[in-house]
Design a binder for this molecule. Structure first.
Ligand SMILES: [Zn+2]
Length: 435
Protein backbone atom coordinates (compact mmCIF):
# COMPACT_ATOMS: atom_id res chain seq x y z
CA UNK A 1 0.00 0.00 0.00
CA UNK A 2 1.36 3.41 -0.99
CA UNK A 3 2.18 6.07 1.54
CA UNK A 4 -0.47 8.49 0.22
CA UNK A 5 -3.08 5.83 0.52
CA UNK A 6 -2.14 5.14 4.10
CA UNK A 7 -2.24 8.84 4.87
CA UNK A 8 -5.97 9.08 4.10
CA UNK A 9 -6.59 6.09 6.38
CA UNK A 10 -4.67 7.81 9.16
CA UNK A 11 -6.93 10.84 8.63
CA UNK A 12 -9.93 8.56 9.06
CA UNK A 13 -8.57 7.21 12.32
CA UNK A 14 -7.80 10.68 13.65
CA UNK A 15 -11.26 11.93 12.64
CA UNK A 16 -12.89 9.03 14.43
CA UNK A 17 -10.89 9.95 17.51
CA UNK A 18 -11.32 13.72 17.25
CA UNK A 19 -13.62 13.99 20.28
CA UNK A 20 -11.37 12.16 22.59
CA UNK A 21 -8.00 12.60 20.95
CA UNK A 22 -5.37 12.38 23.59
CA UNK A 23 -2.29 14.58 23.38
CA UNK A 24 -0.16 11.48 23.54
CA UNK A 25 -1.59 9.96 20.40
CA UNK A 26 0.52 11.39 17.65
CA UNK A 27 -0.06 10.93 13.96
CA UNK A 28 3.38 9.41 13.85
CA UNK A 29 2.44 6.72 16.38
CA UNK A 30 -0.75 5.86 14.56
CA UNK A 31 1.18 5.60 11.33
CA UNK A 32 3.74 3.35 12.96
CA UNK A 33 1.10 1.03 14.35
CA UNK A 34 -0.93 1.02 11.16
CA UNK A 35 2.21 0.20 9.21
CA UNK A 36 2.83 -2.76 11.46
CA UNK A 37 -0.63 -4.13 10.73
CA UNK A 38 -0.03 -3.58 7.01
CA UNK A 39 3.31 -5.31 7.16
CA UNK A 40 1.55 -8.40 8.45
CA UNK A 41 -1.19 -8.19 5.85
CA UNK A 42 -4.07 -7.32 8.19
CA UNK A 43 -6.98 -5.97 6.09
CA UNK A 44 -7.04 -2.17 6.29
CA UNK A 45 -10.57 -1.82 7.66
CA UNK A 46 -9.87 -4.26 10.41
CA UNK A 47 -6.60 -2.52 11.27
CA UNK A 48 -8.32 0.87 11.39
CA UNK A 49 -11.07 -0.34 13.67
CA UNK A 50 -8.61 -2.00 15.97
CA UNK A 51 -6.61 1.21 16.32
CA UNK A 52 -9.70 3.38 16.80
CA UNK A 53 -10.87 1.08 19.56
CA UNK A 54 -7.44 1.00 21.10
CA UNK A 55 -7.44 4.77 21.45
CA UNK A 56 -10.91 4.84 22.88
CA UNK A 57 -12.93 5.86 19.84
CA UNK A 58 -16.28 4.52 18.67
CA UNK A 59 -16.45 2.25 15.70
CA UNK A 60 -19.23 0.72 13.73
CA UNK A 61 -20.26 -2.61 15.21
CA UNK A 62 -18.28 -5.48 13.80
CA UNK A 63 -17.88 -9.11 14.59
CA UNK A 64 -15.37 -7.93 17.17
CA UNK A 65 -18.08 -6.21 19.11
CA UNK A 66 -17.66 -8.23 22.26
CA UNK A 67 -13.92 -8.30 22.15
CA UNK A 68 -12.29 -5.08 23.21
CA UNK A 69 -9.14 -5.20 21.13
CA UNK A 70 -7.52 -7.71 18.90
CA UNK A 71 -3.92 -8.49 19.74
CA UNK A 72 -1.22 -9.69 17.40
CA UNK A 73 0.43 -12.88 18.54
CA UNK A 74 3.91 -11.39 18.23
CA UNK A 75 2.95 -8.71 20.78
CA UNK A 76 1.87 -11.15 23.51
CA UNK A 77 3.79 -11.05 26.78
CA UNK A 78 3.64 -13.49 29.70
CA UNK A 79 0.83 -13.00 32.26
CA UNK A 80 -1.61 -11.09 30.08
CA UNK A 81 -5.31 -11.48 30.86
CA UNK A 82 -8.36 -11.04 28.61
CA UNK A 83 -6.42 -11.74 25.46
CA UNK A 84 -8.41 -11.50 22.23
CA UNK A 85 -7.07 -13.00 19.03
CA UNK A 86 -8.07 -13.73 15.48
CA UNK A 87 -6.05 -16.73 14.46
CA UNK A 88 -5.79 -19.86 12.41
CA UNK A 89 -5.44 -23.28 14.01
CA UNK A 90 -2.10 -24.62 12.80
CA UNK A 91 -2.22 -27.77 14.89
CA UNK A 92 -4.39 -29.22 17.63
CA UNK A 93 -3.91 -32.48 19.51
CA UNK A 94 -5.58 -34.13 22.50
CA UNK A 95 -3.49 -35.16 25.47
CA UNK A 96 -4.20 -37.06 28.66
CA UNK A 97 -2.84 -35.70 31.89
CA UNK A 98 -3.16 -36.84 35.47
CA UNK A 99 -4.52 -34.28 37.90
CA UNK A 100 -4.77 -35.36 41.54
CA UNK A 101 -4.78 -39.00 40.50
CA UNK A 102 -7.50 -38.53 37.90
CA UNK A 103 -6.96 -38.78 34.16
CA UNK A 104 -8.14 -35.66 32.32
CA UNK A 105 -8.22 -34.88 28.63
CA UNK A 106 -6.86 -31.53 27.48
CA UNK A 107 -5.76 -30.13 24.12
CA UNK A 108 -2.58 -28.48 22.95
CA UNK A 109 -1.31 -27.10 19.66
CA UNK A 110 -0.23 -24.04 17.73
CA UNK A 111 -2.21 -20.98 16.68
CA UNK A 112 -1.03 -18.46 14.12
CA UNK A 113 -1.88 -15.03 12.75
CA UNK A 114 -0.16 -12.64 10.33
CA UNK A 115 2.49 -11.78 12.90
CA UNK A 116 3.52 -15.19 14.18
CA UNK A 117 2.59 -18.31 16.09
CA UNK A 118 2.05 -19.37 19.68
CA UNK A 119 1.62 -22.68 21.51
CA UNK A 120 -1.60 -23.10 23.38
CA UNK A 121 -3.14 -25.40 25.97
CA UNK A 122 -6.92 -25.74 26.28
CA UNK A 123 -7.90 -26.91 29.75
CA UNK A 124 -11.16 -28.55 28.74
CA UNK A 125 -12.15 -32.03 27.64
CA UNK A 126 -14.12 -30.69 24.65
CA UNK A 127 -12.63 -28.46 21.99
CA UNK A 128 -14.48 -28.04 18.75
CA UNK A 129 -11.74 -26.72 16.49
CA UNK A 130 -9.73 -28.31 13.72
CA UNK A 131 -6.51 -27.66 11.88
CA UNK A 132 -7.14 -24.88 9.33
CA UNK A 133 -10.08 -23.28 11.16
CA UNK A 134 -10.00 -19.52 11.58
CA UNK A 135 -11.23 -18.62 15.05
CA UNK A 136 -11.94 -15.57 17.17
CA UNK A 137 -10.73 -16.17 20.70
CA UNK A 138 -11.61 -13.91 23.57
CA UNK A 139 -10.67 -14.00 27.23
CA UNK A 140 -7.62 -16.21 26.91
CA UNK A 141 -4.58 -15.61 29.09
CA UNK A 142 -0.82 -16.06 28.77
CA UNK A 143 1.85 -17.61 30.93
CA UNK A 144 5.53 -18.22 30.60
CA UNK A 145 6.30 -21.88 30.10
CA UNK A 146 9.86 -23.16 29.75
CA UNK A 147 11.13 -19.88 28.46
CA UNK A 148 8.36 -19.09 25.95
CA UNK A 149 5.04 -17.29 26.08
CA UNK A 150 2.17 -19.74 26.01
CA UNK A 151 -1.54 -19.11 25.47
CA UNK A 152 -4.03 -20.73 27.85
CA UNK A 153 -7.66 -21.30 27.03
CA UNK A 154 -9.30 -21.57 30.43
CA UNK A 155 -12.86 -21.58 31.84
CA UNK A 156 -13.69 -18.03 30.74
CA UNK A 157 -12.54 -18.38 27.15
CA UNK A 158 -14.88 -18.02 24.20
CA UNK A 159 -13.91 -19.54 20.86
CA UNK A 160 -15.89 -18.77 17.72
CA UNK A 161 -15.24 -20.24 14.29
CA UNK A 162 -15.32 -17.55 11.65
CA UNK A 163 -14.86 -17.02 7.92
CA UNK A 164 -11.56 -18.50 6.74
CA UNK A 165 -11.08 -15.53 4.41
CA UNK A 166 -10.51 -13.31 7.44
CA UNK A 167 -7.08 -14.87 7.67
CA UNK A 168 -6.30 -16.16 4.19
CA UNK A 169 -3.47 -18.61 3.54
CA UNK A 170 -1.55 -15.72 1.97
CA UNK A 171 -1.17 -14.23 5.45
CA UNK A 172 1.07 -17.17 6.25
CA UNK A 173 3.74 -16.77 3.58
CA UNK A 174 6.90 -18.35 5.01
CA UNK A 175 9.67 -15.90 5.82
CA UNK A 176 13.30 -16.64 4.92
CA UNK A 177 15.37 -16.98 8.06
CA UNK A 178 18.82 -17.95 9.25
CA UNK A 179 19.02 -20.56 11.99
CA UNK A 180 20.28 -18.02 14.56
CA UNK A 181 17.07 -15.99 14.14
CA UNK A 182 14.69 -18.91 14.74
CA UNK A 183 12.64 -18.44 17.89
CA UNK A 184 9.17 -19.45 18.86
CA UNK A 185 6.44 -17.18 17.57
CA UNK A 186 8.01 -16.09 14.29
CA UNK A 187 5.38 -17.87 12.21
CA UNK A 188 5.95 -19.91 9.08
CA UNK A 189 9.60 -19.95 8.04
CA UNK A 190 11.78 -20.83 5.08
CA UNK A 191 15.12 -22.23 6.24
CA UNK A 192 18.09 -23.66 4.36
CA UNK A 193 20.25 -25.90 6.52
CA UNK A 194 22.37 -29.03 6.68
CA UNK A 195 21.12 -32.06 8.59
CA UNK A 196 23.70 -33.00 11.21
CA UNK A 197 21.76 -35.69 12.99
CA UNK A 198 18.60 -37.68 12.33
CA UNK A 199 16.74 -40.05 14.64
CA UNK A 200 13.59 -41.98 13.91
CA UNK A 201 10.93 -42.98 16.42
CA UNK A 202 7.29 -43.97 16.34
CA UNK A 203 4.48 -42.36 18.28
CA UNK A 204 0.70 -42.68 18.62
CA UNK A 205 -1.37 -39.92 17.02
CA UNK A 206 -5.16 -40.36 17.20
CA UNK A 207 -4.73 -44.10 17.67
CA UNK A 208 -2.44 -44.40 14.66
CA UNK A 209 1.23 -45.23 14.76
CA UNK A 210 3.27 -42.50 13.11
CA UNK A 211 6.94 -42.19 12.30
CA UNK A 212 8.59 -39.04 13.63
CA UNK A 213 12.01 -37.81 12.56
CA UNK A 214 14.05 -35.48 14.67
CA UNK A 215 17.60 -34.29 15.12
CA UNK A 216 19.86 -31.29 14.68
CA UNK A 217 20.23 -29.00 11.70
CA UNK A 218 22.61 -26.10 11.13
CA UNK A 219 23.65 -23.28 8.88
CA UNK A 220 26.67 -21.00 9.21
CA UNK A 221 24.90 -18.94 11.89
CA UNK A 222 23.94 -21.67 14.36
CA UNK A 223 22.24 -24.93 15.21
CA UNK A 224 18.68 -25.88 16.03
CA UNK A 225 16.64 -28.97 16.71
CA UNK A 226 14.00 -30.12 14.25
CA UNK A 227 11.06 -32.51 14.19
CA UNK A 228 9.47 -33.77 10.99
CA UNK A 229 6.02 -35.39 11.19
CA UNK A 230 6.32 -36.68 7.66
CA UNK A 231 8.85 -38.96 5.98
CA UNK A 232 10.70 -36.66 3.57
CA UNK A 233 13.46 -39.33 3.19
CA UNK A 234 15.87 -36.99 4.91
CA UNK A 235 19.41 -38.27 5.34
CA UNK A 236 22.32 -37.13 7.43
CA UNK A 237 24.41 -34.44 5.66
CA UNK A 238 21.58 -33.47 3.30
CA UNK A 239 21.37 -29.75 2.62
CA UNK A 240 17.68 -28.87 2.55
CA UNK A 241 15.45 -25.92 1.94
CA UNK A 242 12.52 -26.39 4.31
CA UNK A 243 9.62 -24.08 3.56
CA UNK A 244 6.54 -23.81 5.74
CA UNK A 245 7.87 -25.06 9.06
CA UNK A 246 7.06 -23.54 12.44
CA UNK A 247 9.33 -22.80 15.36
CA UNK A 248 8.68 -23.94 18.89
CA UNK A 249 11.21 -23.62 21.61
CA UNK A 250 12.10 -25.49 24.72
CA UNK A 251 13.96 -23.44 27.32
CA UNK A 252 15.05 -21.08 24.59
CA UNK A 253 16.41 -23.77 22.28
CA UNK A 254 14.67 -23.38 18.93
CA UNK A 255 12.99 -26.37 17.36
CA UNK A 256 11.82 -26.30 13.74
CA UNK A 257 8.68 -28.41 13.34
CA UNK A 258 7.27 -29.34 9.96
CA UNK A 259 4.84 -31.82 8.42
CA UNK A 260 3.42 -32.88 5.07
CA UNK A 261 2.21 -29.32 4.45
CA UNK A 262 5.81 -28.10 4.26
CA UNK A 263 8.02 -28.37 1.19
CA UNK A 264 11.43 -29.93 1.56
CA UNK A 265 13.84 -29.48 -1.33
CA UNK A 266 17.24 -31.14 -1.53
CA UNK A 267 19.97 -28.69 -2.54
CA UNK A 268 23.58 -29.06 -3.59
CA UNK A 269 25.64 -29.94 -0.53
CA UNK A 270 28.11 -27.20 -1.45
CA UNK A 271 25.45 -24.64 -0.51
CA UNK A 272 26.34 -25.17 3.13
CA UNK A 273 29.81 -26.71 3.37
CA UNK A 274 30.50 -28.74 6.47
CA UNK A 275 33.52 -26.62 7.31
CA UNK A 276 31.26 -23.58 7.81
CA UNK A 277 29.45 -25.31 10.66
CA UNK A 278 31.80 -24.76 13.54
CA UNK A 279 30.62 -24.12 17.05
CA UNK A 280 29.38 -20.56 17.13
CA UNK A 281 30.89 -18.19 19.61
CA UNK A 282 28.22 -15.99 21.11
CA UNK A 283 28.27 -12.91 23.33
CA UNK A 284 26.29 -13.57 26.49
CA UNK A 285 23.73 -10.80 25.92
CA UNK A 286 22.68 -12.56 22.74
CA UNK A 287 22.10 -15.84 24.56
CA UNK A 288 20.14 -14.09 27.30
CA UNK A 289 18.07 -12.26 24.69
CA UNK A 290 17.36 -15.51 22.85
CA UNK A 291 16.88 -17.24 26.23
CA UNK A 292 18.86 -20.25 25.09
CA UNK A 293 20.93 -21.75 22.28
CA UNK A 294 22.10 -25.11 21.01
CA UNK A 295 25.77 -26.03 20.96
CA UNK A 296 27.54 -22.71 21.36
CA UNK A 297 30.76 -21.38 22.85
CA UNK A 298 31.02 -18.55 25.35
CA UNK A 299 34.03 -16.83 26.85
CA UNK A 300 34.09 -14.76 30.00
CA UNK A 301 35.45 -14.12 33.46
CA UNK A 302 34.38 -16.15 36.47
CA UNK A 303 32.88 -13.51 38.76
CA UNK A 304 31.51 -15.84 41.42
CA UNK A 305 31.97 -19.36 42.76
CA UNK A 306 28.56 -20.19 44.12
CA UNK A 307 27.51 -21.99 47.23
CA UNK A 308 27.04 -25.68 46.68
CA UNK A 309 30.37 -26.02 44.87
CA UNK A 310 32.83 -28.76 45.84
CA UNK A 311 32.02 -32.19 47.23
CA UNK A 312 28.28 -32.83 47.43
CA UNK A 313 25.98 -35.78 48.15
CA UNK A 314 23.38 -36.89 45.64
CA UNK A 315 20.23 -38.98 46.02
CA UNK A 316 20.84 -42.38 44.35
CA UNK A 317 17.20 -42.39 43.11
CA UNK A 318 16.79 -38.96 41.52
CA UNK A 319 20.30 -37.49 41.52
CA UNK A 320 19.20 -34.35 43.39
CA UNK A 321 21.84 -32.74 45.58
CA UNK A 322 20.97 -33.64 49.17
CA UNK A 323 22.07 -32.68 52.67
CA UNK A 324 22.44 -35.14 55.58
CA UNK A 325 21.25 -38.13 53.50
CA UNK A 326 17.76 -36.64 53.26
CA UNK A 327 16.18 -36.27 49.81
CA UNK A 328 13.20 -33.92 49.55
CA UNK A 329 11.42 -36.52 47.41
CA UNK A 330 12.79 -39.88 48.56
CA UNK A 331 13.36 -39.24 52.25
CA UNK A 332 16.25 -41.01 54.00
CA UNK A 333 18.69 -42.34 51.43
CA UNK A 334 22.31 -43.42 51.27
CA UNK A 335 23.81 -40.43 49.44
CA UNK A 336 26.53 -40.87 46.85
CA UNK A 337 29.40 -38.43 46.56
CA UNK A 338 29.84 -36.13 43.61
CA UNK A 339 31.87 -33.05 42.78
CA UNK A 340 30.83 -29.90 40.97
CA UNK A 341 31.64 -26.22 40.53
CA UNK A 342 28.77 -23.76 40.27
CA UNK A 343 29.93 -20.49 38.82
CA UNK A 344 28.78 -17.23 37.30
CA UNK A 345 30.44 -16.25 34.04
CA UNK A 346 30.42 -12.66 32.79
CA UNK A 347 31.73 -11.28 29.51
CA UNK A 348 30.88 -7.62 30.02
CA UNK A 349 27.66 -7.93 27.97
CA UNK A 350 25.84 -10.22 30.39
CA UNK A 351 26.24 -13.15 32.74
CA UNK A 352 25.10 -16.75 32.91
CA UNK A 353 25.36 -19.45 35.54
CA UNK A 354 26.89 -22.83 34.90
CA UNK A 355 27.26 -25.94 36.98
CA UNK A 356 30.29 -27.94 35.87
CA UNK A 357 30.13 -31.69 36.40
CA UNK A 358 32.76 -33.78 38.15
CA UNK A 359 34.83 -34.52 35.06
CA UNK A 360 35.00 -30.90 33.84
CA UNK A 361 35.62 -29.57 37.35
CA UNK A 362 38.44 -32.03 38.05
CA UNK A 363 40.07 -31.13 34.72
CA UNK A 364 39.86 -27.38 35.27
CA UNK A 365 41.13 -27.59 38.83
CA UNK A 366 43.79 -30.22 38.20
CA UNK A 367 42.67 -32.17 41.28
CA UNK A 368 40.35 -35.11 41.78
CA UNK A 369 37.44 -35.66 44.12
CA UNK A 370 39.63 -38.15 46.04
CA UNK A 371 42.27 -35.47 46.56
CA UNK A 372 39.70 -32.89 47.71
CA UNK A 373 38.30 -35.45 50.17
CA UNK A 374 41.56 -35.19 52.11
CA UNK A 375 41.04 -31.43 52.64
CA UNK A 376 38.68 -29.70 55.01
CA UNK A 377 35.83 -27.80 53.38
CA UNK A 378 37.31 -24.33 53.81
CA UNK A 379 40.61 -25.32 52.16
CA UNK A 380 38.71 -26.94 49.30
CA UNK A 381 36.61 -23.82 48.63
CA UNK A 382 39.74 -21.64 48.87
CA UNK A 383 41.49 -23.83 46.35
CA UNK A 384 38.56 -23.67 43.90
CA UNK A 385 38.42 -19.87 44.24
CA UNK A 386 42.14 -19.47 43.80
CA UNK A 387 42.13 -21.49 40.59
CA UNK A 388 38.97 -20.15 38.98
CA UNK A 389 37.79 -16.87 40.49
CA UNK A 390 38.57 -13.88 38.21
CA UNK A 391 40.01 -16.18 35.56
CA UNK A 392 38.89 -16.23 31.96
CA UNK A 393 37.35 -19.45 30.80
CA UNK A 394 35.67 -20.84 27.69
CA UNK A 395 32.59 -23.02 28.00
CA UNK A 396 30.93 -25.02 25.25
CA UNK A 397 27.49 -26.54 25.46
CA UNK A 398 23.77 -25.75 25.41
CA UNK A 399 22.28 -22.66 27.01
CA UNK A 400 18.87 -23.14 28.61
CA UNK A 401 16.66 -20.29 29.73
CA UNK A 402 13.70 -20.20 32.06
CA UNK A 403 12.07 -17.73 34.42
CA UNK A 404 15.10 -17.94 36.73
CA UNK A 405 17.59 -16.91 34.07
CA UNK A 406 19.93 -18.58 31.64
CA UNK A 407 22.33 -21.35 32.48
CA UNK A 408 24.92 -23.12 30.41
CA UNK A 409 25.10 -26.91 30.45
CA UNK A 410 28.78 -27.28 29.67
CA UNK A 411 30.22 -30.19 27.68
CA UNK A 412 33.67 -28.62 27.52
CA UNK A 413 35.47 -26.13 29.70
CA UNK A 414 38.92 -24.62 29.63
CA UNK A 415 40.85 -21.86 31.32
CA UNK A 416 42.34 -19.48 28.77
CA UNK A 417 44.36 -17.10 30.89
CA UNK A 418 47.39 -18.48 32.58
CA UNK A 419 49.75 -17.86 35.40
CA UNK A 420 52.42 -15.58 33.92
CA UNK A 421 55.19 -16.97 36.12
CA UNK A 422 54.36 -20.55 35.19
CA UNK A 423 54.31 -19.65 31.55
CA UNK A 424 57.66 -17.88 31.79
CA UNK A 425 59.17 -20.97 33.43
CA UNK A 426 57.85 -23.16 30.65
CA UNK A 427 59.29 -20.85 28.01
CA UNK A 428 62.70 -20.96 29.66
CA UNK A 429 62.57 -24.70 29.79
CA UNK A 430 61.65 -24.94 26.11
CA UNK A 431 64.47 -22.56 25.20
CA UNK A 432 66.97 -24.55 27.22
CA UNK A 433 65.92 -27.72 25.46
CA UNK A 434 66.51 -25.98 22.12
CA UNK A 435 70.01 -24.81 23.04
ZN1 LIG B 1 15.64 -38.43 45.53
Amino acid sequence: MGKDNLSSHIDDIINALSDDLDEEISRENIEKELNKFMEYGVPIDQAKQTLIKKYGGQTAPTSYEQSSERKLISDLQPNERSVNLLCRVISVNPKEITVKGEIRKIFYGILGDESGTISFTAWSSELDIEKGDVVEISNAYTREWQGSVQLNLGDRVSIKKTDKEKLPESAFEPRKMKVIDLRSGVGAVDVTARILEINERTTEVDGETKKVFSGILADETGKAQYTSWHDFKIKEDDVLQITGGYVKSWKGIPQLTFDEKATVKKLDKKKIPKKDLQINKMPLYKIIEKRGALDIEVEGTVIEIRQGSGIIERCPECNRAIINNECSIHGKVEGKQDFRVKLVLDDGTGSVTSSLNKELSENLLGKTLEEYKKMDELTMIEDINKKLFAHRIILQGNALGDEFGTSLIAKNAKIIDFDIEDEADNLYQELEELL
